[in-house]
Design a protein around this ligand. Structure first.
Ligand SMILES: NC(=O)c1ccc[n+]([C@@H]2O[C@H](COP(=O)([O-])OP(=O)(O)OC[C@H]3O[C@@H](n4cnc5c(N)ncnc54)[C@H](OP(=O)(O)O)[C@@H]3O)[C@@H](O)[C@H]2O)c1
Length: 292
């Protein structure tokens, strides 16, 4: 299959493209930029906020499928500048959904647990009502709407608390901070399912072969708080010189309201008998091994 990937130079994109190639797909990597100092395989510049750039690139390469991972992922940045969040996450996805829908191209859109408000208190299924608390979640949900409306052959894959070796992630930040800090105060009253990019990528690639279009929750299984995740990360890396202390979210200096509970139940995969995702602890062990 010929697969065009947006956000190919991002944390998920790098792992996803490498895994697509290993699965013998032809990959077209697209992005707007590459992080300074990072070496990445050849890629095509495509700004998803430009309808012209999107149409030109998609029509030039004529992919069978597009996996759309590009986004404005800085959650606090989205809160400070909601227009930019909507331009990239909503308009950008609108542009892709429009061209994929018109040309009957399969579109897999990576979305987020932040479409939920966290009030449910038990794991969210794909059939639960969305109610984002912040502009990042709201703009990603707007993207979901365009994908569902404009593109018949679509997958909406919601994931959560993503980490991978090729980007800035919470476990990576903890390991870097631990090099200089004897103590870390970490939020203990927000609960979610941390997810390794490699596990998400494997499932996204599997979805491309499915005729069961629709919405899927894809995360590592189990759940924890940021505090639990920080503790286990340092434990796995053998860091003993830094103490992790619990702190309520109310004390964390952030302009963004976040859901207190955003655990995703993989109900679509469960119903199809295809929920074989590893636990978040297994995902983290693999991340630490790959990080070296
Ligand atoms: N990270 C998480 O915890 C998390 C959780 C749930 C869902 N997700 C979703 O998972 C997907 C992948 O996340 P990630 O953490 O791997 O993201 P990431 O590392 O920030 O990668 C996103 C990529 O999209 C690019 N991009 C930004 N604006 C663009 C534009 N206008 N046109 C084309 N590309 C553009 C970024 O380039 P620049 O770096 O130059 O901006 C970056 O390379 C996203 O859709 C995100 O919403 C992430």
């Amino acid at each position: 299959m010929r697969v065009l990937v947006t956000g190919a130079n991002g944390m998920l994109g790098i792992d996803l493209c490498a895994m697509l190639e290993r699965a013998n797909h032809q990959v077209i990597r697209t992005d707007v930029s590459v992080k300074e100092g990072m070496t990445v395989p050849a890629w095509e510049p495509m700004d998803i906020t430009s309808a012209h750039s999107v149409a030109q690139t998609v029509l030039k390469f004529q992919p069978d499928a597009v996996i759309h991972g590009a986004a404005y992922t800085d959650v606090d940045g989205c809160t400070r500048d909601p227009d930019l969040a909507y331009r990239i996450n909503a308009l950008g996805t609108w542009n892709l959904a429009s061209i994929c829908g018109t040309h009957n191209i399969t579109l897999a859109y990576v979305s987020t647990d932040f479409v939920f408000d966290g009030a449910k208190g038990t794991p969210y299924t794909e059939f639960d009502t969305t109610n984002p608390l912040n502009p990042y979640g709201a703009s990603k949900l707007a993207g979901e709407g365009f994908v569902a409306k404009l593109c018949r052959k679509h997958f909406i894959a919601r994931t959560s608390w993503l980490f991978g070796v090729n980007g800035k992630s919470f476990p990576g930040t903890m390991l870097n901070l631990a090099k200089s800090k004897p103590e870390l105060n970490i939020v203990c009253d927000q609960v979610g399912s941390p997810t390794h990019t490699v596990d998400l990528a494997r499932k996204l690639i599997e979805l491309l072969d499915s005729p069961l279009y629709g919405t899927y929750h894809i995360s590592n299984t189990g759940h924890c708080s940021w505090f639990d995740l920080a503790k286990y990360t340092l434990e796995l890396a053998g860091v003993t010189s830094t103490e992790v202390k619990p702190m309520p979210a109310a004390q964390w200096p952030s302009p963004t309201v976040r859901p207190a509970y955003s655990v995703l139940r993989h109900y679509s995969l469960e119903l199809q008998g295809r929920d074989d995702l590893p636990t978040w602890q297994e995902g983290l062990q693999e991340y630490i091994r790959l990080r070296g």
